[in-house]
Design a protein around this ligand. Structure first.
Ligand code: ZN
Length: 64
């Protein structure tokens, strides 16, 4: 288990979230194939100060 610490406030309270619009979740699409199945975008953020540690595509293999 990795021990992630917030670089801003040194809190260990790192949480996982998802990028969401008012309706549904924000997805990543391949630039040249918008009809392809997209992948959700997720994030890790600090539960103490709100600093976003990372953004990543949940299933990059979907994007081919
Ligand atoms: Zn923090």
């Amino acid at each position: 288990m990795k021990n992630t610490i917030c670089p801003k406030c040194n809190s260990e309270e790192i949480k996982k979230g998802v990028m969401a619009a008012s309706v549904g979740q924000v997805h990543m699409y391949p630039e040249k194939n918008l009809s392809q199945k997209p992948s959700p975008i997720s994030a890790e953020y600090c539960g103490n100060c709100g600093y976003i540690m990372s953004l990543y595509v949940e299933t990059p293999k979907n994007l081919g």
